[in-house]
Each structure stands twice: as structure tokens, then as C-alpha cells.
Design a protein around this ligand. Structure first.
Ligand SMILES: [Fe+2]
Length: 312
């Protein structure tokens, strides 16, 4: 049976003290948010009659989550990244900055400072001879179709086991991570290997919670992109390869219909041949439309802790 304590003056007073309302110092915004946050946690305890055992197991869960380095994994699993994107889309709409290629979540596995090249890059180190060789290609244009030269297309993806270099130290440095500058026609191309989908670590904190929700922790095969050029809204997105069991059932909610791309095996690829790559190859084409804006703060990706990224 739930006892109604939230309305008692004792709890009200406690919440105000917790948030430092009776103290002059501190940050007003943080005070207000912590006040609301603690109020809502107390309310949850009240509404669900949460026991001390349940509370402490949740508190230690948060500790474990951090110790396992899975904060950035649980967040998309609980739809946080998707939700922030929905908000951003709505803001763009209001500011007249909608249109262009859809954004979708960044995920926690970007590493800054990948090698940069002009027009074309080889992304894999050739060590996986069994892998399906792919050619990723596309054109970056503005919303009127005019090519954007010198845009930086920053691509990263997993290997055939679903693992990312840097986080998987058995891979070579910056394996499957490259930055490519578009040519005069806005085109970019990369030779790489077909990535595999992957799942949350089965014994990890994220999967532990997903199990309690009756959910899987799988992602379909996908390729991440940042696309940037001064004068245009920075784009964070990813493409999902069609035909994967999880293409439309991504635990991180990143799939967007318009970002699902076919992988087409071809006997001869003109784009590949232009870059000296011959023989059968699987083409993955992704054209990008950027939206012009003079708001300089939108030209760059938002600040966030990222591997090897130095912030001032
Ligand atoms: Fe990923």
C-alpha cells in the first residue's frame, strides 16, 4: 500500500534543501533541474512503492553502468539519442532549416582525427581476406542540387565481427575510419569491407536492463557519417544496409526509412576503377544533401566527450 508522503511539508522542505534553494551560491538552472529530478524520483518511489532493496539495486546499477563505460550505450537503448534528434528536427523545422539528408544518432564509438584524403580513401587494412569488399560512394550537394566541393565526409564503421577499431585494440589504428574531402563535383568514394551488425555486450549493464524489458540489444549493419562544410548545417547521420534482420528493429532507434541503403554487388564499378580498384565489388551509394545556414554554431558538431577529440 502506498502512503502519500509527497504532499507532506517535510518532503517539500527536504526537496528544497536538496536543491540548495535556501543557499545563495550555485547555479540556478542546476538547482531547478535537480529539484525537479529528485521530486520525480521520489514520486516514482511513491507511485510504485519502491522498496529499499529495489532502490539500492538501482543505485548500484548506475555505478556499474559507469564503471563498465556503458553510459553512451544505455542512452540510445533508452531512446535518449533518438529523442534529442526528434527535438532537434523540430527546432530545425521552426528555424526554417529543415530539409536535406536526415540526421540520426552518433552513437558512442566515434574517434576523432582519422586520416584525411582527397576524393577517395581505402578504409580497411587488407587483413580480413574473407570480408566482402565494398565501395562506398556518393555526392554531397546543397538542397538545390549544386555540388559541394571540399566538404569533409567523416566515415566510421565496424568490422565483420561488429567491432570498432580503438575500442577493439586488436584492430590497426584508425581501421575503418577515414575523412574524405569531396572533389570539385562534390563526390567522395571509399573502398572498405562490409560491416556486420552488432549487439550490446551480453554480460553488460545495458543488456541487463534490456533483458528486464524483454528487449534485444542488437543493431543492424550500418555506416556512420559526419558531413561538414562551413556555411552548411553539420550533419550527423548513418546508413543502414537493407536486408539485415535488424534493419527496422534497431535497439538504438537509429533507423530512418530514407537512410536505408541497398548494397549492390557489381561486376565492374566505374567509380572503383577510377580509383584503381578492379574486380567485382559491392557498391553502397549514399548521396548527401546539406542545408545552408549562416549560423556558425550549426556548422560544427555539438560538443560531447569523444575519443581523442581535443576541446579547448
Ligand atoms: Fe555503430
Amino acid at each position: 500500500m502506498t502512503i502519500e508522503t509527497m504532499r507532506s511539508s517535510e518532503v517539500k522542505e527536504l526537496l528544497e534543501k536538496i536543491a540548495g534553494f535556501d543557499k545563495a551560491g550555485g547555479d540556478e538552472r542546476v538547482k531547478k533541474i535537480v529539484h525537479r529530478l529528485m521530486h520525480d524520483i521520489f514520486q516514482i518511489i511513491e507511485d510504485f512503492d519502491v522498496t529499499p532493496e529495489e532502490f539500492w539495486s538501482a543505485a548500484y546499477y548506475v555505478g556499474e553502468l559507469g564503471a563498465n563505460g556503458e553510459t553512451g550505450l544505455l542512452a540510445p537503448g533508452l531512446g535518449m539519442d533518438r529523442y534529442l534528434d526528434i527535438r532537434q528536427d523540430a527546432e530545425d523545422e521552426q528555424a526554417g532549416l529543415a530539409g536535406g539528408t536526415s540526421r540520426t544518432i552518433e552513437g558512442p564509438l566515434y574517434v576523432a582525427g582519422a586520416p584525411i584524403s582527397e576524393g577517395f580513401a581505402r578504409m580497411d587494412d587488407g587483413s580480413d581476406r574473407e570480408a566482402e569488399v565494398i565501395l562506398i560512394k556518393g555526392q554531397v550537394t546543397d538542397d538545390k542540387g549544386a555540388p559541394i566541393a571540399n566538404a569533409v565526409v567523416d566515415i566510421w564503421h565496424a568490422d565483420t565481427k561488429g567491432a570498432y577499431s580503438f575500442f577493439d585494440q586488436s584492430q590497426t589504428e584508425y581501421h575503418l575510419r577515414r575523412r574524405i574531402k569531396t572533389d570539385a563535383y562534390g563526390r567522395y568514394a571509399a573502398q572498405s569491407i562490409m560491416p556486420s551488425g552488432y549487439g550490446c555486450p551480453p554480460e553488460g549493464s545495458t543488456q541487463k536492463l534490456l533483458n528486464l524489458l524483454g528487449r534485444h540489444g542488437r543493431r543492424p549493419a550500418h555506416i556512420h557519417y559526419f558531413v561538414a562544410k562551413p556555411g552548411f548545417k553539420h550533419l550527423t547521420t548513418q546508413i543502414n544496409i537493407s536486408g539485415d534482420e535488424y534493419t527496422f528493429d534497431d535497439f538504438a532507434f537509429a533507423t530512418r526509412e530514407e537512410l536505408v541503403v541497398d548494397a549492390k554487388p557489381v561486376e565492374h564499378s566505374e567509380t572503383a576503377a577510377k580509383h584503381g580498384v578492379t574486380g567485382p565489388i559491392t557498391e553502397v551509394e549514399f548521396n548527401v544533401v546539406l542545408v545552408a545556414t549562416d549560423k556558425a554554431e550549426l556548422h560544427e558538431r555539438h560538443a560531447r566527450r569523444r575519443a581523442l577529440e581535443t576541446t579547448e
